[in-house]
Write a protein that binds this ligand. Sequence first.
Ligand SMILES: Nc1ncnc2c1ncn2[C@@H]1O[C@H](COP(=O)(O)OP(=O)(O)O)[C@@H](O)[C@H]1O
Ligand SMILES: [Mg+2]
Length: 213
Amino acid sequence: MTLLKATSLSHHYDYPLLNDISLELKERESIAIVGVSGSGKSTLLHILSSLLRPNEGRVELFGEDIYGLDEKKLVKLRRNDLGLIYQSHYLFKGFSAYENLEVAAILANETIESSLLQRLGIDHVITQKVTELSGGQQQRVSIARVLSKKPRLIFADEPTGNLDHSTAQEVMDLFHDYLQSHNAAMVLVTHDEALAKECSRVYRMREGSLVEV
Ligand SMILES: Nc1ncnc2c1ncn2[C@@H]1O[C@H](COP(=O)(O)OP(=O)(O)O)[C@@H](O)[C@H]1O
Ligand SMILES: [Mg+2]
């Protein structure tokens, strides 16, 4: 089943950035997008994940044209089916890690699995305030928060950027297991070529186009 289908996406700011990009992603697939800083990776991720309407082209998630949906349906789609992991993680700072997870899980009608916290290595810090955690721990809390929602599509922009190599590998293993066990799919932006190669396909963003490597 196709979870994501993007057709002829183009986008410009005061200059052209993305040019005629098409992409398809099926259940249990993952794609990695690599490319130099400023090439448009984050912009493409925002367009694919319902946050930015492209100047041209169409994005279908689960068979629905998302930029044709009303805002209410879009909010529901984001809350239940999309897992967005971006560089700034927007945790609620005055609250504990657990409370941050609880909010997301309750909104999506899901429960928090202790095995997930164990695999992310945050089970022992879960009652602490977010502000007491290291950057890497906060990043893993934000990943736990997203996976607790049980999304069908994950969009991750440098999700392992703050993590040491072995923790980054652990997190990627967790993502790939998750995709298999939940029939989900992932679009990953990364600088790490080794982690990129573990995805089903790797694309390089270059002069506004995606080139499969
Ligand atoms: N909201 C915006 N308004 C104007 N220019 C933007 C905006 N967002 C990004 N850009 C520009 O678009 C280019 C691509 O940015 P981005 O998509 O973040 O690239 P990457 O993620 O590959 O580093 C950059 O030159 C950036 O300055
Ligand atoms: Mg970026």
